[in-house]
Each structure stands twice: as structure tokens, then as C-alpha cells.
Design a protein around this ligand. Structure first.
Ligand SMILES: *Cc1c(COP(=O)(O)O)cnc(C)c1O
Length: 393
């Protein structure tokens, strides 16, 4: 912007319409510029929905800070609603849950050998895929609960089927020596989000065979599990003890089973100004105003998880209307087109929510960005405060 426009702009400013502004639904004053409001009653309802629909017990998967929602509050809510296990990807996530006082069994599947002692000290189950991993567990002074993972087709981690007998025999040997306890046998679906359960049924058959072989080796696992959220619905697996529920916990409703979204992302307009026809907005002037209009600044950017690619498609809700995101989304901020609405700095804006007030959903943002809502939720950065509420239904 030139010095000239800076000097001119105050005279072009429209008069403030303080007091006459039509506000949206009453919104509690935000602590910071933006906040992610997490509805723990929705988390509980989602756990209960799975408990009702699925014979297996619920392992609440709270990895990646509970898909960006906050691991500890979500884990507590899930356990209150009847989840009997917690699952996390990484060791430090398991340690965080234990440090917060959660005492239910926890499984972790990505850890470093150096973390084994800490995990053993607080009795976190560790996933083991190879004899080498098993030996690292045994060489650790803590006695561990381990869960042997069989690769039934995802081809990511897990024991190759042709090494399974060797792994189960080694585990039985160490168990007999009192060096560890094999608590579970598990695998992960490759097409868990698909309506078509053909591949999932194939994987279940392989897991069943794996369990038979493990028993033959002398193991007596107390839990067997395979399914994720969608797989728990599509795959009939009465012989499994647990389903590992991640996405479904957060209301990502891949199979329309009546789950409730759990996060609302709120911010506020921090600056409002007019641009004239022909003026460009944001880096590179990718957006050029085709009429005089009011633009407003939202203090969220790609560092906060707003996908940069979504401009041109994305919109947010302010004053009950959708305002398109215009110009390039920057690291810390983006601009919306308020048209002729007399918006003011400080007004609340909903980036996404459950859609009930006309706001976009996380699924909408995922569509605009060519991704899945999981990535939208996980991407919400650490600068966005999390606030927990119990919505009245
Ligand atoms: C993330 C994850 C899950 C949860 O899957 P959803 O589809 O989110 O329910 C289950 N198991 C493993 C191993 C995972 O990594």
C-alpha cells in the first residue's frame, strides 16, 4: 500500500455503526483471538453410539492430541462414557495420559527403544512386530505388557505372516521366563474406511489364523482387535474384543451412523476496511475486487491449520451469512469479503462447526482443501486455545 492511500483511507472510512450491528447468536467472550471449542458431551455421545452399535469394547484412539481436540480431556470423557482402553500412536502421548491420572489400559504403537523404560514404569502396552523389537523389550528392566501385531494386508507395520510363528514362539518363551506378558494380538485394516468389507473380511480371516497359531505357541492373549471406526460398523467380528475408535470419536461420520461433531473453530474479525473496485487483496493480488466492497481480516492462517489451498472455495460464517475467503491465505491471517454488510472489528466468526447455524463443517474445509476432516482437525495449531464445554442438547 502506498503512503498516498494511507493518507486517503481515513476519509473513505464508512462511519461506525456501533450499537446497530446485528450480532450473531450470543457468543462467550473469547480468551484469545481464536478458539477451538470442544463439546465433550458430543464425545461421550459418540462413544455411546459405538457401544450401542458394536459388540466389541471401545478403545478410544486419542493420538495426535485427540485429533487436535486435546488428549487428556477427550480421554477422560471417553472413559466416562464407557471406553475401556485408550490407544495412542506415540510413547509421549501415552505418558501424558498416565501423568494426567488416567489408569485404564493404554496401547502405544510408535515408540523408541529409549522410551521403553518409561512406558514399562507406568504400564503402557507396547506393540511389537518383530523378534528384534521383542528382544529390545526383554532387555529392558521393566516388565512389559506387549501386544503382537500381525500384518494382515496394510503392509505398513506388523509381523510378516511368514515370521509370525517365530515371533509368537519367541514371545511365549519370554513370557514363560516372566520377562513380559502378551496381552493382545492385533492388526490394522487397509480399507477400514470403505463400505466394501471384502478386504476387511480377508484380513479378519488372517488375524484369526494368527490367533490360532499364537495359542498353539502357548500364548493366551486377553484382547484381539482389528477394526477402526468405520471397520467396526462394516465388519462383523464377534470374536474381536476391542474396536479402535478414532475418527468416530470426533464425529467424523463416514457411515452416517448419527455421530455428533465435536469441535467448533471460532475467531473474530480484527480489522475491517473498504477496498475499491480494481484493488487487489493479500499477497500477489490473486484477488482483485470487481466492485467496491468491505473486507475483514481473520487472525488465522495456515500455521493455525487453515489450508492455504482452500481460498476461492472456502467461506466462513459471520452475522449469519457466509463470507467468502478471498486472496491468499497467509501464515497468520486471511481476508474475507463482507460485501456491503456493516461489519465491525471484534465480531465473532465461525470457521467451522456442526453446520446447524449455516456455518461450514470440517468436512466442507476438507472438501475445499482436497483432504479428509481428520487432517483439518489435526492441523489446528497450538496458537488456537482449546476450550471445553458441555453443550445442552
Ligand atoms: C488412527 C488409528 C485408528 C483409528 O482409526 P479411525 O479410522 O480414526 O477410527 C485405529 N488403529 C490404528 C492403528 C490407528 O493408527
Amino acid at each position: 500500500m502506498t503512503a498516498m492511500t494511507l493518507v486517503q483511507s481515513p476519509t473513505r472510512h464508512r462511519p461506525a455503526v456501533r450499537g446497530t450491528a446485528v450480532r450473531g447468536p450470543a457468543v462467550r467472550e473469547m480468551a484469545g483471538l481464536s478458539e477451538a471449542v470442544v463439546d465433550l458431551s458430543a464425545v461421550r455421545d459418540n462413544v455411546r453410539t459405538f457401544r450401542r452399535l458394536v459388540p466389541q469394547g471401545v478403545m478410544a484412539v486419542v493420538k495426535a492430541d485427540a485429533f487436535g481436540h486435546g488428549a487428556v480431556p477427550v480421554a477422560r470423557a471417553a472413559v466416562e462414557a464407557g471406553a475401556i482402553w485408550l490407544g495412542v500412536a506415540r510413547a509421549e502421548e501415552a505418558l501424558q495420559l498416565r501423568a494426567a491420572g488416567l489408569i485404564v489400559p493404554i496401547l502405544t504403537w510408535l515408540y523408541d527403544a529409549a522410551e521403553l523404560m518409561l512406558l514399562g514404569d507406568v504400564d503402557v502396552d507396547v506393540s511389537v512386530s518383530t523378534v528384534a523389537e521383542l528382544q529390545r523389550v526383554v532387555s529392558n528392566p521393566s516388565v512389559h505388557h506387549v501386544q503382537l501385531k500381525l500384518d494382515t494386508g496394510l503392509h505398513r507395520s506388523g509381523s510378516a505372516p511368514d515370521q509370525w510363528i517365530e515371533l509368537t514362539r519367541a514371545a511365549a518363551h519370554y513370557e514363560a521366563l516372566g520377562a513380559l506378558t502378551v496381552r493382545g494380538i492385533w492388526s490394522h485394516l487397509s480399507h477400514g474406511d470403505s463400505q466394501d468389507a471384502v478386504q476387511s473380511r480377508r484380513q479378519l480371516q488372517l488375524l484369526r489364523t494368527g490367533v490360532v497359531l499364537a495359542r498353539r505357541a502357548g500364548l493366551r492373549p486377553s484382547v484381539v482387535h482389528l477394526a477402526n471406526s468405520a471397520g467396526a460398523i462394516t465388519l462383523d467380528a464377534p470374536d474381536c474384543d476391542l474396536a479402535r475408535i478414532g475418527a468416530g470419536l470426533y464425529g467424523i461420520d463416514e457411515l452416517n451412523i448419527g455421530l455428533r461433531p465435536t469441535m467448533r473453530l471460532m475467531s473474530k474479525l480484527i480489522q475491517v476496511r473498504r477496498v475499491r473496485i480494481g484493488e487487489g487483496v493479500s499477497y500477489g493480488h490473486d484477488f482483485i475486487a470487481d466492485r467496491d466492497t468491505t473486507v475483514a481480516l481473520v487472525p488465522l492462517g495456515y500455521a493455525d491449520g487453515i489450508p492455504r489451498i482452500s481460498t476461492g472455495q472456502a467461506s466462513v460464517l459471520c452475522r449469519g451469512v457466509r463470507m467468502p475467503v478471498i486472496g491468499r491465505i497467509a501464515m497468520d491471517q486471511f481476508v474475507v469479503d463482507a460485501g456491503e454488510l456493516p461489519v465491525e472489528a471484534g465480531e465473532p466468526v465461525t470457521i467451522f462447526g456442526d453446520g446447524s447455524r449455516g456455518e461450514p463443517t470440517a468436512q466442507d474445509w476438507a472438501d475445499w482443501a482436497g483432504t479428509i476432516p481428520h487432517e483439518i482437525y489435526c492441523g489446528i495449531g497450538s496458537r488456537v486455545a482449546r476450550r471445553y464445554e458441555e453443550a445442552a442438547r
